[in-house]
Design a protein around this ligand. Structure first.
Ligand SMILES: [Ca+2]
Length: 232
């Protein structure tokens, strides 16, 4: 599994909008998150880069510059979230199912969704949790956090087959589940699903993330889940 995984890491960024595969295909791509789609991709960036002259070689150069800026923005955002003083990472995770029935902290195990994010590129990666089957339907992660907080946000870092989360719940002190989000997950590539909600009236140290893995074909993997909140 380890060898396959290494190979796949370089290949899978190809699987942009659809899911991830766990088989290697000998194609190449330099794809980096958010920076890769070439042609009609960047209206937002174009608007924010008014300096470039239209047409000709300048257009190519400005597209490249826009892609670099988008990649830099992405990296800064990742760093900001990773170091958010109000954010914490899970220390213990259980799951509805696990790829290869991996236990403990083995590759793809539920506990690969514990701790800070450690997947660097979109695609299949044993440093993220993967369910037992790619498109089986309902799957979930149940995450425990070190410090109970009045929560305001949950950030789910999706690293493969992004877009399959359908529900996020937090739990009160008595173990009661409170749904804080339910809907259509817009996440693409290696990014966070950011679920913001009014500050909870109770302290929570437990989050449940539910996926419908059949809505995004291929493997759906979660790298990490951050709980954001305060003491008061
Ligand atoms: Ca991870």
């Amino acid at each position: 599994m380890k060898i396959r995984t290494t190979v796949i890491c370089f290949v899978l960024p190809l699987a942009f909008l659809s899911g991830c595969k766990k088989s290697s295909t000998p194609e190449t791509s330099e794809a980096k998150p958010a920076a890769s789609s070439p042609a009609p991709a960047a209206p937002a960036q174009a608007a924010s880069a008014p300096a470039a002259a239209p047409g000709g070689a300048d257009a190519g150069a400005s597209t490249e510059a826009a892609a670099k800026m988008a990649a830099a923005d992405w990296a800064m955002k990742q760093d900001e979230i990773k170091n958010d003083p109000n954010g914490e990472w899970a220390f213990q995770v259980t799951a509805s199912s696990v790829y290869n029935d991996a236990q403990g902290t083995a590759a793809y195990s539920a506990n690969q969704a514990a701790g800070a994010p450690n997947v660097d590129a979109y695609g299949d990666n044993g440093a993220a949790w993967a369910p037992k089957t790619p498109d089986g339907g309902i799957e979930w992660l149940d995450l425990k956090y070190p410090k109970p907080v009045y929560a305001t946000e949950v950030r789910v870092r999706e690293s493969c087959g992004s877009g399959a989360v359908i529900k996020v719940e937090v739990f009160d002190e008595k173990g009661g589940a409170h749904s804080v989000w339910q809907g259509n997950d817009p996440t693409k590539e290696l990014n966070y699903l950011m679920v913001k909600f009014p500050k909870t009236a109770f302290k929570t140290d437990r989050v449940k993330v539910t996926l419908a893995t059949n809505v995004v074909p291929g493997w759906n993997e979660i790298d990490a889940v951050q709980l954001v909140g305060t003491d008061q």
